[in-house]
Design a protein around this ligand. Structure first.
Ligand code: FAD
Length: 458
């Protein structure tokens, strides 16, 4: 009889595990309480990128003046933008559902919790159903973190998930949190013409990222009139009525600064969806923050129960969740004993969809210095490539970090147009241990932004 593999959560981690395990011969049941495709994926990631793409088109319209065209600022049609976001979301939900069903995966809509080491109860619209399993995957993701000093109302005080589809465009907005999500929100609202303030707890936006990349982003924000409140932590957010009867939001910071705007968005991280799972009933351990503890095969302390995706507390990226899901399926079906490559989280590429885009992978320059590791760093500005000039956007650079002795590519960062696409070349080099010469001797397209990669590899 086929092994029964039950997956809780239908996001990128759950979907990959389900389709791959089914293809390998498992009987797969997937339980999802909200939306097949994943709540964080389809309600956060995809809508945010869709709005940023529209915002990018607006920004581009401000640059066409230098391309022999007369500038004519576009007008936002909010209804069609909302239809576009909903359309993409629905398309992805339907595609994912059809793919799962075509592989024979049973989908159960409901909320799951463990009732034993081999049993799960699912609260569905028709009542509670008990499902037995041989192996299970916890892929329940995360949700926005809400601090005790603030109560989002879904109208003016928002979490990231309240922003899509936008009910109204904020006339002014204060974003709390200057990590990846926070800066993407700043970029998005600023592109749509809102007056934006950003509360930055440190002295640099994107703490931990390449300071040169962060500096370019800060310059872009300042040039668009974004107010940066550096070295400040928000301590309260309050909704007040103004004289004209319109609600306003007052954000107070620990250094005494106060910002008033029509809206505020909290972008201060997330918490794992494990609180209602009754992990104890299955004997599964989690850390103090509620993230499920896993080994390099994504196995929990229970050998037949796995965790993958954001709930595993590794890198909160869709791409990482998907590959973890695939690795889980391999392990469940015993393939890891034949051929297995461990996931190396240090080699995950990531991107920030601001303007310019910022992407990086592997060893960062600052990290190498902190480790006392000898590296060679080469940097080429896009302004030296014909394509950047043709595109009328010479901002940014390509930086490659390599081993001075062997030439092996260890990492890199790219700031500029299409950085999220271009980083794939460096990511592949890092994963496959390619050398800078491999990149230099690739016969690349001309004129293309990728030529800056070859120059940086010289
Ligand atoms: C604003 C924002 C932008 C982002 N942008 C990007 C990006 O550009 N690129 C990128 O790679 N990543 C991005 N991410 C991160 C990405 O969305 C997540 O890393 C990814 O969705 C994680 O996948 P997952 O499968 O772990 O979780 P999810 O996609 O959240 O799926 C988990 C599912 O489990 C379900 N579930 C939870 N509890 C239960 C239960 N008890 N019973 C049944 N079902 C349950 C949930 O309903 C959910 O659908 C972004 C995140 C945010 C918040």
């Amino acid at each position: 009889m086929a092994l029964h593999f039950v997956i809780i959560g239908g996001g990128p981690a759950g979907n990959q595990a389900a389709t791959y395990a089914a293809r390998l011969g498992a009987k797969v049941t997937m339980i999802e309480r909200d939306i097949v495709g994943g709540a964080a994926h389809l309600l956060d990631c995809i809508p945010s990128k869709t709005m940023i793409a529209t915002g990018g088109a607006i920004s581009f319209s401000h640059r066409i003046g230098g391309m022999g065209l007369v500038e004519a600022p576009p007008e936002v049609d909010i209804e069609s933008l909302v239809r576009r976001i909903d359309g993409i979301k629905e398309h992805m939900r339907t595609d994912t559902t059809e793919l799962l069903r075509s592989q024979g995966v049973e989908i159960v809509m409901g909320s799951a919790r463990f009732t034993g080491t081999h049993t799960i109860a699912v609260d569905t619209a028709e009542g509670t159903r008990t499902i037995n399993f041989d192996a299970a995957l916890i892929a329940t993701g995360t949700r926005p973190r809400i601090p005790d000093w603030c109560q989002p109302d879904g109208e003016h005080i928002l979490t990231t998930r309240d922003c899509y589809p936008p009910k109204v465009f904020p006339e002014s907005v204060t974003v709390i949190g200057s990590g990846v999500t926070g800066v993407e929100f700043v970029h998005m609202f600023a592109s749509f013409g809102a007056k934006v303030s950003l509360v930055v707890s440190r002295q640099q936006v994107l703490p931990g990222k390449d300071p040169e990349a962060a500096a370019i982003l800060e310059d872009d924000f300042l040039s668009r009139g974004v107010r940066l409140l550096k070295g400040a932590r928000a301590t309260s957010i309050e909704r007040v009525e103004s004289e004209d009867g319109m609600p306003r939001v007052v954000v107070r910071c620990d250094d005494g600064r106060v910002v008033e705007s029509s809206h505020a968005v909290l972008a201060i991280g997330s918490v794992p969806n494990t609180d209602t799972l009754d992990l104890a009933a299955a004997g599964v351990e989690a850390d103090n923050g509620g993230y499920v503890t896993i080994n390099h095969h994504c196995v929990t302390n229970q050998p037949h129960i796995y965790a993958a995706g954001d709930v595993s507390g590794k890198l909160p990226l869709s791409s990482v969740a998907s590959v973890q899901g695939r690795k889980v399926a391999e392990h469940v079906m015993g393939l890891h004993t034949v051929e297995h490559r461990h996931l190396d989280y240090d080699k995950a590429a990531s991107a920030i969809f601001t303007e310019p885009e910022i992407a990086d992978v592997g060893l960062a320059e600052a990290e190498a210095f902190a480790l006392g590791r000898k590296i060679r760093v080469t940097k080429v500005p896009f302004a030296t490539t014909p394509k950047a000039l043709i595109n009328n956007d010479p901002r940014g650079f390509v930086k490659i970090v390599s081993d001075p002795a062997t030439g092996v590519v260890l990492g890199g960062s790219i700031v500029g147009q299409h950085a999220a696409e271009l980083i794939s070349v460096i990511a592949l080099a890092v994963t496959a241990n390619l050398t800078v010469t491999d990149i230099v001797e690739s016969l690349l397209v001309h004129p293309a932004l990728a030529e800056a990669l070859a120059q940086a590899a010289e």
